[in-house]
Ligand binder design. Structure first.
Ligand SMILES: CC(=O)N[C@H]1[C@@H](OP(=O)(O)OP(=O)(O)OC[C@H]2O[C@@H](n3ccc(=O)[nH]c3=O)[C@H](O)[C@@H]2O)O[C@H](CO)[C@@H](O)[C@@H]1O[C@H](C)C(=O)N[C@@H](C)C(=O)N[C@H](CCC(=O)O)C(=O)O
Ligand SMILES: Nc1ncnc2c1ncn2[C@@H]1O[C@H](COP(=O)(O)OP(=O)(O)OP(=O)(O)O)[C@@H](O)[C@H]1O
Length: 485
């Protein structure tokens, strides 16, 4: 792509430019001045922490052959294009630069507060097990051509997605689409074949302001469906039901998933321990014996099943792949500890996810439930009260501890934990700020048949330095149980 072509490309997003542009080949694109090399295009973004326009001179120093930004700038030594929205421009340009790598692939977006990762991995397993190769972009990692790449965000920006997809030979691409991504144009320009809605509950209100705004952000995904595209919606969720009604008014085809008879894929019954699920589709009974626990996972299975069937997987092939699915790192991951207790490490970090996680434990156990959790620094404080109330009600003992602190100081988070415990907790709970010491305490309390449930971080590595030399929750629990033996 050459610099002068940007005039045409950027017309769609509203642009002005200040100089004549030579036929310069663009060798790469970045919105980070530190990644700019000779012949790259720099896109300046006014971010949440920093203003990319401040780094324009650094980008030019590093070799930028042109710059895109939102501010009026007249005195640059390289061509400058002023656009209404740099994030949108980044997406549009990256599609052209990488020659529209989503073309010819079946594009699937999965959104919702909880269950994006679980549903996406289930769906990938069903597709891969039935002859489709499947790329995946999500919070754990990105996968193309069966190879994994690390990620920072749940949804990378389109430059990153396209960079990987340009090399992908996969038939299908599943993207976990966060509400942040939808408001930040990170998937702008993708035309989706299927858009999935798992559920909506309280999270990220520090960012979106209200549940209505959060819902409207999620709804954007369904505005990005192709004309012949289809929405796949959990209608048992109140927001999902509302979305399905709105899409019906807008004549957008929908596959409805839920317990009610009127759904296209009906969750007819579910039993625990061992888990079994009966789905009904077109009056056909579909009996599945998954290795996953919990009603929430039955919804994830139904969503993945319904989507795979739309793509052309047959019922038998879908059931078999679901039954072989062994779960995902850090999502209700079970370990039998040497003291006879069961450890659950789960990524639940919303009140809704906590209810599901603790309920699933209750359905499967009569022993004591000892719960360890904390609050992530800098993340939606509005959900903390609900999390403490749920744990104090549903567990036998709970320990409030540090999660990732991010920019919050240890003293500030300690005071926060103490104050939430005093205001919304009860005498089942204590505060032990060091996460490994909290796990040690839980191990001391636990007896044969009890369950230690550690939520919030899942498989993620600790950011904080803790008392014991371990890197994540599972390692900590195993290490401390052995130490006690
Ligand atoms: C608050 C937020 O959403 N931030 C996201 C946003 O960052 P930003 O553009 O505002 O970045 P910034 O740090 O202010 O910098 C502004 C610009 O200056 C540039 N810069 C900066 C320094 C420099 O030396 N040179 C330079 O050019 C930066 O490259 C950037 O382009 O855009 C970036 C690129 O897409 C994201 O990586 C980044 O996610 C951060 C890491 C983050 O933590 N985001 C969370 C809130 C988030 O998005 N979470 C959702 C999942 C939520 C969920 O469902 O659980 C997600 O999709 O990950
Ligand atoms: N369908 C669901 N409904 C409610 N809770 C769920 C559902 N699926 C999973 N959960 C809970 O939410 C946690 C996170 O699950 P998952 O990673 O699949 O969601 P996610 O939407 O990808 O979250 P994130 O974007 O934060 O990674 C799980 O560990 C589980 O406790």
């Amino acid at each position: 792509m050459e610099l002068h072509e940007l005039d045409n490309i950027l017309k769609t997003v509203g642009s002005e430019s200040n100089s004549v542009r030579p036929k310069t080949l663009i060798k790469g694109i970045s919105c980070n001045s530190q990644d700019i090399q000779e012949g790259f295009l720099f896109i300046a973004i006014k971010g949440y922490q920093q203003d990319g326009h401040r780094f324009i001179s650094k980008a030019i120093e590093n070799g930028a052959c042109g710059v895109i930004g939102e501010k009026k700038i007249t005195d640059l030594s390289v061509p400058y294009f002023q656009v209404d929205n740099s994030r949108n421009a980044l997406s549009i340009i990256s599609n052209h630069f990488y020659n529209f790598p989503t073309n010819g692939k079946i594009m699937i977006g999965v959104t919702g507060t909880n269950g994006k990762t679980s549903t996406s991995y289930l769906l990938r397993q069903v597709l891969e097990g039935n002859g489709f190769s499947c790329a995946l972009f999500g919070s754990n990692k990105n996968i193309i051509n069966g190879k994994s790449y690390p990620t920072v965000n749940t949804t990378p920006n389109l430059l990153e997605i396209n960079r990987l997809l340009a090399r992908s030979k996969d038939d299908v691409v599943v993207i976990e689409v966060s509400s942040h991504a939808l408001t930040q144009y990170r998937v702008e320009g993708i035309c989706f074949d299927y858009a999935l809605f798992t559920n909506l509950s309280q999270d990220h209100l520090d960012y979106h302001g209200s549940m209505e705004e959060y819902f409207l952000a999620k709804k954007k995904l369904f505005e990005m469906l192709k004309d012949e595209g289809k929405a796949i919606i959990n209608t048992d969720d109140l927001w999902g039901e509302q979305l399905a009604r709105q899409l019906e008014d807008e004549n957008i085809p929908t596959l409805a998933i839920g317990e009610n008879e009127k759904n296209d894929v009906k969750l007819a019954s579910y039993t625990t321990n061992p888990p079994s699920l009966l789905l009904k589709e077109n009056n056909e009974n579909i009996s599945i014996r998954p290795s996953l626990y919990g009603l929430h996972n039955m919804y994830n299975i139904a969503m993945a099943y319904g989507t795979a069937k739309q793509i052309g997987v047959d019922t038998k092939g879908a059931i078999s792949a679901i039954q072989h699915f062994q779960g995902i790192e850090g999502r209700f991951a079970l370990t039998e500890l040497s003291n006879g207790a069961t450890l659950v490490v789960d990524y639940a970090h919303t009140p809704h996810a906590l209810i599901n996680c603790l309920n699933t434990v209750r359905e499967n156990s009569e022993g004591k439930l000892i719960h360890i959790f904390g609050f992530r620094g800098d993340r939606d404080p509005g959900k903390r009260r609900g999390m403490v109330s749920i744990s104090s009600e549903m567990s036998d003992r709970y320990i409030l501890t540090f999660d990732d602190l991010n920019s919050v100081s240890p003293d500030e988070m300690k005071n926060t934990l103490i104050s939430y415990q005093e205001r919304y907790g009860n005498d089942k709970g204590v505060v032990i700020t060091d996460r490994t010491l909290a796990i040690e305490e839980a191990v001391k309390m636990a007896e044969m048949g009890d369950w230690i449930v550690i939520t919030g971080k899942g498989h993620e590595k600790y950011q904080q330095h803790h008392h014991y030399p371990v890197t994540n929750d599972e390692e900590a629990a195993i290490y401390l149980t052995k130490a006690k033996d």
